[in-house]
Design a protein around this ligand. Structure first.
Ligand SMILES: *Cc1c(COP(=O)(O)O)cnc(C)c1O
Length: 304
């Protein structure tokens, strides 16, 4: 159960958590066209700050643009509304969920003049896959489900309907006794997790899948920049599931999952069966940055 907070921002006004409802004929509820973001606010030594807020808002607008949803607010208004939502709820650390969706109007597949609505919720949410997952790594499987083809779903957009695929994959993984799964793209190459990007380390080289069938993750981008700063060779290129089996390290990145090591994939031990040195170093850097402990990346943080 989600931990409740006090207020949710809906179309420009704050409403009480319990009153944040929509009509059942809301178009998005039927066909899944809605753009969302997942953003985190972290509590650090000098107060709370939102991680890479402007990048998240940019991506929300891109998702809306790709799917022809005219955003009813400016970027500046959305940024201010997100900050205000964290403040109003008096949350030191939280997960923030903006959602742009197609409101009530036409019920056919041409939503024409239906209003585009925007809500912003924030609530306390600890580590997505658990503290132990961050520390020791998770057991994952390759999903029997395939990730999207770019001409079926445009994967650069974070669109609600796409996540039916993720939910089915996650359900299968959990029921089979794994914590998470990794999906292959329609050509059979590694794509991403249900809500995370994938990295492997092979012989000192860090690799991540290119931006063809995956979401352009903001955590993925941060990890690429951190690896470059550490002079770790990094390649964005396709790789196969067996390349993962023989990799020295695997980890997943995402706002929810943060930097989660994978210690086992399809019952094969990865590396030494525990988080490897490059994973640990990048994870360490990441958590220092989000907590405001590394002034080099202060521009990634928006203080509350
Ligand atoms: C949100 C998401 C990610 C991670 O993106 P971040 O910007 O790092 O949170 C990766 N893959 C999918 C499918 C996602 O939905």
């Amino acid at each position: 159960m989600v931990t409740t907070s006090k207020k949710i921002w809906m179309d420009g006004v704050f409403v009480d958590w319990d009153d944040a409802s929509v009509h059942v004929l809301t178009h998005s509820l039927h066909y899944g066209l809605a753009a969302f973001e997942g953003i985190r606010c972290y509590e650090g030594s000098t107060g709370s700050a939102i991680f890479r807020l402007s990048e998240h808002v940019d991506r929300l607008f891109e998702s809306a643009h790709i799917t022809l949803m005219p955003m009813p607010f400016s970027k500046k208004e959305v940024i201010d509304a997100i900050i205000e939502t964290v403040r109003v709820n008096e949350l030191a650390s939280c997960y923030i969920r903006p959602l742009a969706y197609v409101g009530v109007g036409a019920m056919g597949l041409y939503p024409g003049d239906n209003p585009i609505r925007l809500s912003i919720a924030a609530w306390p949410w600890g580590s997505y896959l658990g503290e132990e997952a961050l520390e020791k790594g998770i057991r994952a499987k390759i999903s029997s489900f395939t990730r999207h083809h770019v001409n079926v779903s445009m994967t650069r957009a974070k669109i609600s309907g796409y996540y039916v695929n993720s939910i089915l994959a996650k359900w299968e993984a959990k029921k089979s006794g794994y914590e998470e799964c990794i999906l292959l793209d329609p050509d059979g190459y590694v794509a991403e997790g249900t809500g995370e990007n994938v990295f492997i380390v092979s012989k000192g080289v860090l690799k991540t899948t290119p931006l063809t069938s995956i979401l352009d993750g903001i955590t993925r981008n941060a990890i690429i920049q951190l690896a470059k700063a550490k002079h770790i060779p990094i390649l964005e290129e396709r790789f196969t599931r067996d390349a993962m089996y023989v990799a020295d390290e695997i980890f997943l990145t995402g706002t929810a999952a943060e930097v989660t090591p994978v210690r086992e994939l399809d019952d094969r031990t990865i590396g030494a069966g525990k988080p490897g040195p490059i994973t640990q170093a990048l994870q360490h850097d990441f958590f220092r940055i989000v907590r405001g402990e590394d002034p080099t990346y202060a521009n990634w943080l928006t203080p509350i």
